[in-house]
Design a binder for this molecule. Structure first.
Ligand code: PEP
Ligand code: MG
Length: 572
């Protein structure tokens, strides 16, 4: 069976299905005949949970860092908390009821108690107890727990959706690929799959309901489909395709140390997008010329508290030092939309992508913003830092953000802290209002980086997470190309540079158009750097200019795609 989706991360994976689906269970009060048996179940569930949590903690330490791992130490403490265990045992003994019911009752009391507290930190404890409760009761009832870091054999993960923190915990050694029912090409789990180099297909709509654990499946992340229970011929064909894909990857290695230059000698900068210092190995091994986007919000996720100034400083410093004198664009916190923090209360919004997110939230929670800015300014002494604000919609947004930055800087200078005196401050262009007013913005900012993932969703009014409207994700539509042109032209008129860090920058079809429009910097997932450099080496800047002039006069996405496809096939 062949199921269509959206290719989110290139490559081909062939393996057994692992359904990543949280089991639902209902807890009912039941009378029991043997207290002893119930208490044995409790002991074994606690032992089992402890072993599991230790594995998760160790793997998190290995793949993420110590601080994220510490969350699971806290879970082990809750698990072994004598007062919880005593209370559960007492209920089982006195009321002669089933242990899952007793555990459910006792932990719920604690959850309610913590949730009703004023203190944010105490409130967060409720989430930890909920997690532990679910784990222990699953073991008592003997139902499968889905935890990405517990996977210890080669599989293909199939889920309804994966959160970015689930994705971050996928271990490349065992997870050969993944496919989800929902999500678009620019959902953050798709973007992370790309940096983890795990082949992925998203937006398959019903795949999770079609598959059974252990069935054979092919994920074709290049063409965006999956094949369930493939025939012998299909298996042979895809093994061959996977081999070709690997060969192409090896051929591209010779471009690692090369400059990014067109056939007629025009140079551009190819940077990489990262979500954590852990991504730097891929950046360096793929020969990126800088970091065009560091999504700092991942530093805030998968934790139980806001990262402190020191924690952030350490991460930023590591990235800046490892990149030497190469440019590193660090974006301030862009939380909201599909990125949530378990420990921060964010009221549910009808349209979270149009809501109180990113810079809007930072300008309200100024202390949070200042902590990040202090960490960034301290780290600036260790490399070539550029600071970028996300989701700027008005000149006033930018001026307010910059004022906070200047205030923090002045305080720190008074404190005698060393700060680089050469930090560019720029903005993401992700909102049409900003693209339209780019000529005015260009007088205020040091650079633009076009965030097409959001710019496309706002231009076409099509939610980037909703596969039903993914046909409106139209990077080649002349309406979007004209917006991009306005931004690049406005930057150049004021002697500033314009980059792009949305997924479009790494798309092979978009590159000739962006080159023709005069884009200065392309920032993409590290895995796309080499194929992009190779493609650019075969292009002629003058020809791409003619190409884009034609594209700008067309009236739909499909015609532009055809035009560029023909152009690329002539170049090859
Ligand atoms: C974008 O919107 O294009 C972008 C790069 O930011 P994010 O994908 O993190 O929203
Ligand atoms: Mg964005």
């Amino acid at each position: 069976m062949n199921i269509k989706g959206i290719g989110a991360s290139a490559g081909i994976a062939i393996g057994k299905v692992y359904k990543f689906q949280q089991a639902e269970f209902s807890i009912e009060k039941q009378n029991i005949s043997s207290v002893e048996k119930e208490l044995e179940k409790l002991k074994s569930a606690i032992d089992h949970s402890e072993r599991e949590l230790e594995i998760i903690r160790d793997k998190t330490k290995e793949t993420i860092d110590e601080e994220h791992a510490a969350v699971f130490d806290a879970h082990i403490q809750i698990l072994k908390d004598p007062s919880i265990i005593d209370e559960v045992e007492k209920i089982v003994k006195e009321q002669r009821v089933n242990v899952e019911y007793a555990f459910h009752e006792v932990t719920n009391n604690y959850i309610n108690m913590f949730e009703s507290m004023e203190d944010e930190y105490m409130k967060e404890r409720a989430a930890d107890i909920k997690d532990v409760k679910k784990r222990v009761i699953s073991h008592i009832l003997d139902v499968k727990i889905c935890d990405p870091s517990l996977i210890d054999e080669e599989v293909i993960v199939i889920a309804h959706d994966l959160t970015p923190s689930d994705t971050a915990q996928l271990n490349k050694k065992y997870v050969l690929g993944f496919a989800t029912n929902i999500g678009g090409r620019t959902s953050h789990s798709a973007i992370m799959a790309c940096s983890l180099e795990i082949p992925a297909v998203v937006g398959t709509k019903t795949l999770l309901e079609e598959v059974k654990d252990g069935e054979l499946l092919i994920v074709d992340g290049i063409n965006g489909h999956v094949i369930l229970n493939p025939s012998e011929d299909e298996l042979k064909e895809y093994k061959e395709k996977a081999k070709k894909y690997e060969e192409q990857k090896n051929m591209l290695k010779k471009f690692v140390d090369k400059k990014t230059r067109t056939m007629d000698g025009y140079e551009v900068e190819l940077g990489s997008n990262i979500g954590s210092p852990n991504d730097l190995d891929g950046v360096i091994s793929n020969g990126a010329e800088g970091i065009g986007l560091y999504r700092t919000e991942f530093l805030y996720m998968g934790k139980d508290h806001f990262p402190t100034e020191d924690e952030q400083f350490k991460a930023y410093k590591e990235v800046l030092e490892k990149m030497g004198d190469k440019p590193v664009v660090i974006r301030t916190l862009d939380i909201g939309g599909d990125k949530e923090l378990s420990y921060m209360e964010m009221p549910k919004e009808l349209n979270p992508f149009l809501g109180h997110r990113a810079i809007r939230l930072c300008l309200e929670k100024v202390d949070l913003f200042k902590t990040q800015l202090r960490a960034l300014l301290r780290a600036s002494a260790y490399g070539n830092l550029k600071i970028m604000f996300p989701m700027i919609a008005t000149i006033n947004d930018f001026k307010r953000a910059k004022e906070v930055l200047i205030g923090v800087k002045e305080e720190m200078i008074k404190e005698g802290i060393k700060i680089s005196d050469n930090i560019e401050v720029g903005i993401m262009v992700e909102i049409p209002s900003t693209a339209i007013l780019a000529d005015q913005f260009a007088k205020e900012v040091d650079f633009f980086s076009i965030g097409t993932n959001d710019l496309i969703q706002y231009t076409f009014a099509a939610d980037r997470m909703n596969e039903k409207v993914s046909y409106l994700y139209q990077p080649y539509n002349p309406s979007l190309l004209r917006l991009i042109k306005m931004v690049i032209d406005a930057a150049h008129k004021e002697g500033k540079w314009a980059g792009m860090c949305g997924e479009m920058a790494g798309s092979q079809l978009a590159i000739p158009l962006l080159l023709g429009l005069g884009l200065d910097e392309f920032s993409m997932s590290a895995t796309k750097v080499l194929e992009s450099r190779y493609l650019i080496s075969k292009l002629n800047k003058k020809h791409t200019h003619d190409l884009v002039s034609k594209a700008l006069q067309m009236n739909n996405n499909e015609d532009v795609v055809k035009l560029v496809e023909e152009y690329i096939s002539e170049v090859e």
